[in-house]
Design a protein around this ligand. Structure first.
Ligand code: 5RP
Length: 264
């Protein structure tokens, strides 16, 4: 691996080999989703606990302080919205010049394996990898399912992750599922766990993140379960402990409660 690629990977994955990415890219297809109406305000109290931000160029330029920011993973795919015909119909939305101009640590794009747009999103991934490798910029593939959340099982996700890695992704983001080790075992590049819609309890979040890390994930890319929560700082700090300090779900829950009680 060349110096530039190694250096950028080290910006987003910490020396303990783990990472906590904070995604605020949802507006690119959901619009001003709840609690992310003003992304700059949303992240103010929680950014310091994240290792990197996952964000589009529009929010990056308009809401993120270029001086005090964290490493950036730039979302570079899109083109469909939640009210459009098919969320899977994505293209690359950001040029290589723009990626370099914004001095990002990595880029991320969605692939929709098994959908009508499988080939389009996979060949876009391969083309993005070709370009980004020239400049030492890691590509994170996002195994997206659109509205079909039921698709998230080990058989399907292991296929998606392996395909993404074969096409050259340096990191793959995928959903947690039962038998998550089947997903990590079949994927030769690091996997980070996506969050998905908000869980009913905090403990459920700590449990799936803990299980995923035990089974080989290197961290998370988790948004709504943090910033849609009433106590986002407590969530960030508890998750940080699971990812970087090997806290169990029970220990994380205690950290959560302690910080929550202090902020009341
Ligand atoms: C949206 C994304 C998000 O980064 C991803 O879904 C993680 O966020 P959340 O934890 O809210 O699901 O890729 O397109």
């Amino acid at each position: 691996m060349d110096w530039g690629m190694k250096n950028r990977m080290a910006q987003i994955i910490k020396p303990d080999g783990k990472c906590f990415f904070l995604p605020i890219d949802h507006g690119y297809f959901l619009g001003p989703t709840s609690r992310l109406e003003r992304p700059g305000e949303t992240i103010k109290p929680i950014l310091s606990y994240a290792d990197a931000l996952f964000v589009t160029r529009g929010v990056l330029r308009n809401a993120i302080d270029p001086v005090k920011s964290k490493p950036v993973i730039l979302r570079v795919s899109g083109g469909s919205s939640v009210i459009g015909e098919d969320l899977a119909n994505e293209e690359l939305t950001t040029s290589m010049e723009e990626i370099i101009r914004l001095n990002v640590s990595a880029v991320g794009m969605s692939i929709f394996v098994g959908s009508k747009y499988e080939k389009q999103t996979l060949t876009n991934l391969a083309a993005l990898v070709d370009e980004c490798e020239n400049y030492g910029i890691p590509v994170m593939a996002v195994t997206a399912v659109g509205k079909e959340l039921a698709k998230r099982d080990a058989r399907y996700l292991s296929l998606c992750c392996r395909v993404a890695a074969e096409l050259g992704a340096r990191v793959v983001k995928t959903y947690w599922c039962e038998d998550f080790d089947k997903v990590t075992n079949g994927c030769p590049v690091p996997i980070v766990i996506a969050g998905g819609p908000k869980c009913k309890t905090e403990l459920q979040v700590f449990e799936f993140v803990y299980d995923g890390i035990q089974k080989g994930a290197i961290g998370v890319n988790l948004g709504r379960n943090v910033w849609q929560h009433k106590y986002p700082v407590a969530m960030m700090r508890a998750l940080h402990a699971v990812i970087h300090k090997k806290a169990t779900p029970k220990e994380a829950d205690e950290i959560f409660k302690e910080i929550k009680n202090k902020t009341k």
